[in-house]
Design a protein around this ligand. Structure first.
Ligand code: ZN
Length: 297
């Protein structure tokens, strides 16, 4: 099971979030049928969203939305405070040749654009508060650096973010995925900051550790080196969507009576596909007729 850890170090002046997301990314890749380079980009965004979510307290739904000019066209990732995550990719099959060093050209497939963070709270208890919005330009397209840039510019938190997805040629196509986010809080000791920078600079590729079985705790230790830390929370995380047959019916109904009548007359049914999980919902004539009857009652 994938896990997300939230911890603290150096007398609370360093916040650490770490996650193993291999199963989540594999499920996202399976559902959206993404190309290898898109899988790498998408997996990093899903992982980064979970890490960012672990560092924030006040939200019910956190959305990271990448609007970009590269071939992928856009990526959306959404997490709940309970650690469920889902996502959408505009062009799942977009692809580019690998870089000279054999790495996936993630920054190339993302390209220029904007990195948005939307934080919503209260909607599930009917106490809807104004959502919080933060936006920065995409500065790297490698995703990890973009999360770090967002934190520095929009939340004034210096941070280091490592995100990785390791792919394989056979199913489930994802052999390891995970990430670490370190946030430096006000009052952090210069010496600690230098130690962290040093450790991160020399840190080996984190996904190869995950493939060998490293846990979220191991990744935390890897990022912090000699610095001791304590765990505030460690929880299971999963790819999950809140769509359902009932929601599909409600959505069709919201299109209006005329639209439903024409679906019934011309198509004898309706097919809905959830953008976040690629689940299909097929409504037959009887179901469409029931929706129409509900307009009259
Ligand atoms: Zn769905």
């Amino acid at each position: 099971m994938d896990k997300l850890l939230h911890g603290t170090a150096a007398d609370g002046t360093v916040r650490v979030m770490a996650a193993v997301t291999t199963q989540i990314v594999a499920e996202a890749v399976r559902r959206h049928q993404t190309s290898p380079t898109v899988s790498a980009a998408f997996g990093r965004v899903l992982t980064g969203t979970l890490l960012l979510g672990a560092s924030l307290k006040e939200f019910d739904r956190l959305t990271v939305k990448i609007e970009c000019k590269g071939a992928v066209g856009g990526i959306i990732s959404e997490t709940t405070a309970a650690g469920k995550v889902r996502g959408y990719v505009r062009n799942p099959q977009a692809e580019l040749p690998t870089n000279d060093n054999g790495k996936f050209n993630v920054s190339g497939i993302v390209g220029e654009g904007m990195f948005h963070v939307i934080r919503e709270s209260g909607y599930d208890i009917g106490l809807y508060r104004e959502p919080y919005y933060g936006s920065v330009p995409i500065i790297s397209g490698e995703i990890g650096e973009d999360f770090a840039y967002y934190l520095a510019k929009s939340e004034q938190i210096p941070s280091a973010v490592l995100l990785g997805v390791l792919l394989q040629k056979t199913e489930p196509f994802v052999s390891a995925a995970g990430g670490v986010m370190l946030q430096i809080m006000p009052g952090a000791n210069e010496h600690i900051v230098t130690m962290i920078e040093d450790t991160i600079r020399h840190a080996p590729q984190l996904t190869s550790f995950v493939r060998e079985g490293a846990t979220a705790q191991d990744l935390t230790q890897l990022a912090l080196g000699e610095i001791e830390y304590s765990i505030l929370e460690e929880k299971p995380i999963e790819f999950a969507c809140n769509c359902s047959p009932q929601r599909a019916v409600a959505l069709i109904g919201s299109l209006g009576k005329a639209e439903v009548e024409s679906m019934l007359r011309e198509d004898k049914g309706a097919l809905m596909t959830c953008g976040f999980c690629n689940e299909h919902y097929r409504l037959g004539e009887r179901q469409l007729q029931e929706i129409l009857d509900s307009f009259d009652s």
